[in-house]
Design a protein around this ligand. Structure first.
Ligand code: FES
Length: 125
């Protein structure tokens, strides 16, 4: 088994710039539609080389983001931008404008919830 520290370093943990979570259904969208969006996201990341280098972007497929409507639902951190109807055809623009350029696509945004910055005293309870 590989050393965990080495795996984390190889993944780029510590250099992650943005993280996209996308739900592939089945409640918010059909599983085929969700899978197509996920495949498009993977392809776009690969084409742009976003998973490597000094500034790494992550993508994660999830089973539910609890909204369960207007899917595929996507969530991008650190901005905490919630997107609806993130179908495969929308993925290139999402990646180009938000993930790479840092500008959330307002017309597709359902909600905005950035998380407190580390050390900002963001006590939850
Ligand atoms: S199934 Fe996609 S948000 Fe719940």
């Amino acid at each position: 088994m590989a050393d965990t520290t080495d795996v984390l370093d190889k993944l780029g943990v510590g250099r992650i710039h943005r993280h996209v979570f996308i739900c592939t259904g089945p409640k918010c969208c059909g599983e085929e539609q969700g899978q197509e969006a996920w495949d498009a996201l993977k392809a776009e990341f690969s084409q742009r080389g976003l998973g490597q280098g000094e500034s790494v972007c992550f993508r994660t497929k999830v089973g539910c983001l609890r909204l369960c409507q207007q899917g595929p639902v996507a969530l991008v951190y650190p901005e905490g931008t919630w997107y609806g109807e993130m179908t495969a055809d929308r993925i290139p623009r999402l990646v180009g404008e938000h993930v790479v350029d840092g500008k959330p696509v307002e017309e597709w945004t359902l909600a905005q919830n950035p998380l407190p910055a580390p050390g900002s005293g963001g006590k939850a309870f």
